[in-house]
Write a protein that binds this ligand. Structure first.
Ligand code: NAD
Ligand code: DAU
Length: 351
């Protein structure tokens, strides 16, 4: 094998797309997927690559120092792509400490392992940290987040991600660890856990349940097709400059209410419902605490330096996403049985 890469969080939404891309595109890389299989991790997401000879799954927690140490001894990784995280803002409002544990402590454990195992030679090594645009805080009606925008996280989730970004850069400056960070906007596509807006709305529309829109639905997000994010990670991992940050975004801003109306139109068409039927399910509910108004990424640096750009128009990507969910009801049933019901009750009953 030419390289041995550790991908953390590979059983989650974005991680599974990254693992699939690397396993298929680089048959001479050994890909080791480390995932704790929390509620958000699901090995069904990787059913199509599980038997590939260059793929190995390791179940474990990134905060478990002894386990991570033993993994580095066994595999002698020369690269890490770190996606494992608690990733849902609403859950971070309910239980911030879980986010600090995984996102801050877990990242520090991985950085320490790299520092220890790569101390003799950092040549050819890379710790690639996958982060979020939410570290930059919120925008008003104008402007974009660039790589120079000061950090201003405003939820426990974004604060924990910002802390992890700072630790990554601190290890770079202090120990010369070769690192890269990318900060990406909202992803959408297949295998997205239905606690996030788009898959939750698809599921509820399918089941004729209310579609909860926080506040007045005026918050804006910049949506990116998840496979374009995975492609960007591949490009940055192989061609990016060490010590740099790259912003990744879709140049694709939508107000939540406009997005949900578009989704309702697509669902009406796919389900053979009369136009306007699904939109009747839209229900405005109590706003998210500290709800950031607008995110919008300026991905010019990534485009100019490394030639990456998004491949899909949003309408096309949204249709493909809906098609995937309608064709994979069994997947949806599996991930929403049990603990999901309790989460849903707690999150939405009082709104
Ligand atoms: P996700 O919640 O779908 O998946 C997270 C994965 O990490 C799961 O498989 C889970 O089992 C695993 N995990 C959680 N805690 C762990 C631990 N302690 N040890 C080992 N594994 C653990 O998340 P996602 O949406 O795929 O996001 C992946 C990464 O990308 C995160 O770091 C997130 O901050 C970042 N990100 C996400 C988005 C987005 O729109 N979803 C956008 C930008 C950046
Ligand atoms: O910007 C990148 C971030 O995008 C990632 O770092 C996070 O991991 C990811 O979860 C996502 O965060 P958001 O909070 O933007 O995503 P979410 O899907 O939870 O919400 C999108 C928007 O929709 C947000 O303005 C809140 C709103 N919303 C969400 C839910 C779940 C609703 O109106 N109703 C809902 O039921």
């Amino acid at each position: 094998m030419q390289r041995t890469l550790l991908i953390t969080g590979g059983a989650g939404f974005i991680g599974s797309h990254v693992v699939r891309l690397f396993v298929n595109k680089y048959p001479d890389y050994r890909i080791v997927n480390l995932d704790a299989l929390t509620y958000a991790g699901n090995l069904e997401n990787l059913a199509d690559v599980k038997d590939k000879p260059n793929y190995t799954f390791e179940k474990g927690d990134i905060t478990d120092e002894a386990f991570v140490d033993q993994l580095f001894t066994s595999y002698q990784f020369d690269g890490v792509i770190h996606l494992a995280a608690e990733s849902h803002v609403d859950r971070s409002i309910m239980d911030p400490l879980a986010f600090i544990r995984t996102n801050v402590l877990g990242t520090a454990v991985l950085l320490n392992a790299c520092r220890k195992y790569w101390q003799d030679s950092m040549e050819g090594k890379l710790f690639y940290h996958v982060s979020t645009d939410e570290v930059y805080g919120t925008l008003g009606a104008e402007g974009f987040f660039t790589e120079e925008t000061p950090y201003d996280p405003r939820s426990p989730y974004s604060a924990s991600k910002a802390s992890s970004d700072h630790l990554v850069m601190a290890y770079h400056h202090t120990y010369h660890l070769p690192v890269i960070i990318s900060n990406c906007s909202n992803n959408y596509g297949s295998h997205h856990f239905p606690e996030k807006l788009i898959p939750l709305a698809i599921r509820n529309i399918r089941q004729n349940k209310p579609v909860p829109v926080y506040g007045k639905g005026e918050n804006v997000r910049d949506w990116l097709w998840v496979e374009d994010h995975a492609r960007a990670i591949d490009t940055i991992f192989h061609k990016g400059r060490t010590g740099e940050t790259y912003n990744i975004g879709g140049f694709n801003e939508w107000k939540n209410i406009d997005l949900i109306n578009l989704l309702c139109m697509i669902m009406d068409k796919k389900l053979g419902r009369a136009p306007g039927t699904s939109a009747q399910l839209i229900t405005f509910v109590k706003d998210r605490a500290g709800h950031d108004l607008r995110y919008a990424i300026d991905a010019t640096k990534l485009n100019k330096e490394l030639g990456w750009q998004p491949s899909l128009q949003f309408e096309e990507g949204l249709e493909k996403t809906v098609d995937w969910y309608l064709a994979n009801e069994e997947w949806l049933q599996h991930v929403t049985s049990g603990a999901y019901q309790q989460y849903y009750e707690e999150q939405y009953q009082k709104r």
